[in-house]
Write a protein that binds this ligand. Structure first.
Ligand SMILES: Cc1cc2nc3c(=O)[nH]c(=O)nc-3n(C[C@H](O)[C@H](O)[C@H](O)COP(=O)(O)OP(=O)(O)OC[C@H]3O[C@@H](n4cnc5c(N)ncnc54)[C@H](O)[C@@H]3O)c2cc1C
Length: 431
């Protein structure tokens, strides 16, 4: 047992090779891959569990392939998910790929699976209910983080590399002074649950309803619909001013399947407003610090690809950095900043392309509808439907992304029964 692991069992880690802020898809995947390669890693997550409504549910074919490469297919099969095979342009079955579907899986189950697997490796430490508050700067390097533990104690954790995977409101990005360029987003999302009735369709994102002024998507979470109701940026105040009955009626008018369930919204207390952002940091690193996932580039919900992009960032980070991290762990050699730049260089192109597509869709599809226009199927969809070669290329990009990443890190520790490194996320059954 390493010294760090010993301290982490007391829940007060003070040193590690890598500290990751944020236990979302990017942070958990990176933590698992590094621990599997024998690198001492501590993931700090500010929430006490992964059970939060406002996590997306889409696991794309590229991530399903990674799950297989990490030998997690059997564990993943135990998660209740709906496979979605069709897109507006065509079916993923047309592609010659191993997993021709998007698995709509509750994200907390997916993150629990990564945490459970991580706990099989002695180098993996996950501290829940632990909020990163600042960086430690020493000799022009980021030398770790300050954090508040679950008892409210302020602490420090030193590391050869600090990774900011703390999402679109990244504390570490702000603390490090790395700027992000904001791309205006014309929409916000109102997010609430409605129950599912027996007659509701049973398949994945089965509910997408649009009428002039309204855009509603329902994610099937088996026992209930998680509903995303798009409003124009800052438009929630007007929705509230019109009153809860007007809001319920607008749901009934747009999505007839929800006529009865709309009445379940007793007040706006049942509705959360999610601030949608699209931004990108021009620079993702400083000596000793790397930003990945939404902390480097906040993604819009459109296309449901942000999770997979965050995971691809994590895999590229582990692949590129693990030899230097092993060296840092054994000899104390700092991780060269050039390697951190290599991660940005590899992942920036896919991010730029996908963000451009998301911004175009927001501006050309959703914004006009929210301003009161009729929805029109974009001409590109018609073109894709007519030209099979082009369609397959577009479907492939949607399924596997650009510059698909594969697991290249070794598995140096043999997975055993879960070890007690750090506090685990309490397991809860969400449904
Ligand atoms: C309304 C909405 C719906 C979306 N729906 C989808 C979808 O269906 N499919 C999809 O692919 N993408 C979706 N996205 C985008 C997607 O959520 C993100 O791109 C993706 O979650 C990024 O993963 P991440 O790991 O980088 O960050 P996050 O998922 O945001 O995870 C960051 C983690 O860090 C933790 N954290 C934050 N601050 C701290 C701190 N100071 N200390 C410790 N921990 C901290 C958070 O609790 C969180 O667990 C949606 C986005 C929005 C806004």
């Amino acid at each position: 047992m390493t010294e760090q692991a010993a301290t982490s069992r007391l829940g007060t880690v003070s040193e590690a090779t890598v500290v990751v802020a944020g236990g979302g898809p990017a942070g958990m995947m990176l933590g698992l891959m590094l621990a599997r390669a024998g690198i001492d890693v501590v993931v700090l997550e500010k929430h006490s569990d992964f059970l939060r409504d406002f996590r997306g549910d889409t696991i794309h074919p590229s991530t399903l392939e990674l799950i297989e490469e990490l030998q997690l297919t059997e564990k993943f099969a135990k998660i209740p998910y709906n496979p979605v095979r069709t897109t507006p342009a065509g079916s993923l079955e047309e592609l010659n790929i191993k997993y021709p579907y998007v698995a709509m899986a509750p994200q907390w189950d997916f993150l629990d699976m990564l945490a459970d697997e991580g706990r099989c490796y002695p180098h993996f430490h996950l501290l829940m209910d632990t909020e990163v508050t600042d960086t430690i700067r020493e000799q022009r390097r980021i030398a770790g983080v300050r954090y508040r533990d679950r008892h409210g104690q302020e602490r420090e954790l030193r590391a050869a590399l600090t990774v900011a995977a703390d999402g679109r409101h990244s504390t570490l990005r702000a603390a490090s002074g790395l700027p992000a360029r904001e791309y205006g987003v014309p929409v916000d999302v109102l997010w609430f649950r409605l129950s599912k009735s027996e007659s509701d369709p049973q398949q994945g994102i089965a509910l997408a309803r649009v009428s002039p002024g309204r855009w509603i998507v329902g994610i099937d979470r088996r026992t209930y619909w998680q509903v995303a109701y798009f409003v124009r940026k800052g438009g929630y105040a007007a929705v509230q001013a019109a009153g809860i009955e007007a809001f319920r009626q607008s749901i009934r008018d747009t999505a007839p399947e929800l006529v009865e369930q709309a009445g379940e919204l007793k007040s706006f207390d049942n509705v959360s407003v999610l601030d949608v952002r699209v931004n990108r940091a021009p620079r993702w690193h400083l000596p000793g610090l790397l930003l990945i996932g939404d902390a480097a580039h906040a993604m819009s919900p459109l296309g449901g690809v942000g999770i997979n992009l965050a995971i691809q960032d994590a895999v590229a980070t582990a692949n590129i950095l693990y030899p230097a991290l092993l060296r840092a762990q054994r000899t104390g050699t700092p991780v060269p900043e050039k390697l951190l730049h290599d991660v940005q260089r590899r992942r920036e192109l896919p991010t730029r392309v996908i963000q451009s597509l998301q911004r175009a869709a927001q501006q050309r599809l959703i914004d006009p509808v929210l301003r009161g226009a009729e929805f029109k199927v974009p001409p590109l969809v018609g073109v894709l439907r007519r030209i099979p070669q082009l369609r397959r290329r577009a479907l492939r990009t949607f399924a596997l992304g650009i510059r698909q990443e594969h697991v290249r890190t070794p598995r140096v520790e043999t997975a055993t029964e879960p070890v007690l490194g750090g506090q685990g996320a309490p397991r809860r059954n969400p449904a």
